[in-house]
Write a protein that binds this ligand. Structure first.
Ligand code: FAD
Length: 392
């Protein structure tokens, strides 16, 4: 493994830095639950997406024929690093660019690709992901939302839940049951559904953070053209695997390096036994442990990157990054509260809030990350069976 960047990559990084320095919004848009709920914040995020798109930075590594720049994966990663360094979001259509787009690129007909891919990049079509149902989350093969063929259409009935961004979305990548006789996972298909179709109802769900970033979504006799079937009929399971692998690879890129920087800064500021907490042996050990884990996660990420640079698609090793990043984030948030005490739990709007309520937000939200995109237990199963080759 070579850790150095080539001269071309270093030049590219300079170019990215210069562009971001010139274009980054003065008031930073956030891709946080707040931005998904508050209309003004959302609009700032959309504006930032349009700026990125105009600069050719959205879907950097997508092929040129679909509106991307055909950049190398390494260039995409350098760009993401530079966004992360400035704490800037990657735009407003994260699920479209990270999941629906790659799935359409892999499985779509030429017509579907031409219809959707450019609009996903430009942010003109916001997408969400319809997998989970009230009775099917980890066990997606048991999903019940039905699609029955009728003339040129499918007729869809059922419910999805926890659908992130559905209230902002125009399109949903919807997984449905098209064969009730087949073994569970063999009877699924994937449909591209216009959320504004008659019979679709989206209801936001409020979370413990007070925000409403995800939704329940109901389908009552919704007609979906057969031309919107993504991949072969009853091959939805394969489409689902492609989609989830891109999701886990994406979640694994969470900014744990940024969080540890905030944590170090907090440890220098708060006091323990009359001196900065950063001088305390116990605190130093904890911080060192987090730093080791951040580094291990980074190196493991580079290992799967090496595989992808050789042309392989994201594989089950995405589960390692996802599991490690989300559990580490959760433990670091808990440690911040241990360091700062009850003040870390003051809400952001109070004058007594610490770091504008960052740690309370993190404590309340980080458990969700260990559930979204596959729970920690499910990811451990994947690592055990598909990477370590252990029996079921
Ligand atoms: C912030 C957030 C955003 C989300 N966004 C979306 C979205 O956009 N679209 C979407 O479709 N879904 C979304 N989800 C739903 C998410 O994918 C599911 O919550 C997740 O897959 C778990 O399913 P479940 O909630 O039904 O829990 P269950 O599957 O009922 O699991 C309950 C518990 O049992 C454990 N468990 C289940 N099966 C096993 C097993 N085989 N071995 C060991 N333990 C097991 C689980 O780990 C968990 O602790 C989101 C969830 C969150 C928290």
């Amino acid at each position: 493994m070579d850790f150095d960047y080539t001269p071309e990559e270093q030049r590219f990084r300079k170019q990215v830095r210069a562009w971001l320095g010139w274009h980054q919004p003065r008031r930073r848009a956030r891709l946080e639950p707040g931005a998904l709920t508050d209309d003004a914040e959302w609009q700032r995020l959309v504006d930032w997406h349009k700026t990125l798109y105009a600069g050719g930075w959205i879907g950097l590594s997508w092929p040129k024929e679909y509106g991307g720049r055909g950049a190398t994966l390494m260039e995409q990663i350098i760009f993401n690093q530079e966004l992360g360094r400035r704490k800037l979001p990657a735009g407003c259509n994260v699920l479209g660019v990270m999941m629906a787009g790659p799935a359409i690129m892999h499985w779509g007909t030429e017509e579907q690709k031409q219809r959707h891919l450019r609009n996903i990049l430009s942010g003109d079509e916001i997408w969400c992901e319809g997998l989970s149902e009230p009775g099917s989350g980890s066990d997606l093969a048991s999903l019940q939302c039905r699609a029955i063929p009728d003339g040129d259409d499918f007729v869809v009935n059922g419910q999805k839940v926890w659908t992130t961004l559905a209230h902002r979305s125009r399109w949903i990548q919807l997984f449905v049951r098209t064969d009730t006789e087949a073994i569970q996972h063999q009877g699924l298909s994937c449909l591209l559904v216009d959320v504004q179709s008659p019979g679709v109802t989206v209801r936001p769900l409020r979370q413990i953070t007070g925000e409403a970033e995800f939704n329940e979504i109901f389908f009552e006799d919704v007609r979906v053209p057969k031309a919107n079937l993504l991949g072969p009929l009853n091959a939805g399971w394969q489409v689902l695997i492609t989609t989830l692998m891109h999701e886990r690879a994406g979640i694994g890129e969470l900014g744990s390096e940024q969080i540890i920087d905030h944590l170090l800064e907090l440890a220098r500021r708060v006091r323990r036994d009359g001196r900065p907490a950063s001088k305390d042996g116990y605190v130093r050990q904890q911080l060192a442990q987090f730093a080791i884990e951040v580094q291990a996660r980074k190196l493991n990420g580079l290992r799967s990157l090496t595989k992808r640079l050789k042309g392989a698609p994201p594989g089950p090793e995405g589960s390692i990054g996802k599991l490690a990043a989300t559990e580490l984030t959760q433990r670091m948030a808990r440690f911040a509260v241990e360091l700062a005490g009850p003040q870390a739990l003051v809400e952001k709007d109070s004058p007594f809030a610490l770091d504008r309520g960052r740690w309370l937000q993190s404590i309340l939200r980080s458990p969700a990350l260990t559930i979204a995109g596959g729970t920690s237990e499910v990811n451990r199963n994947i690592i055990a069976e598909r990477i370590l080759g252990l029996p079921k």
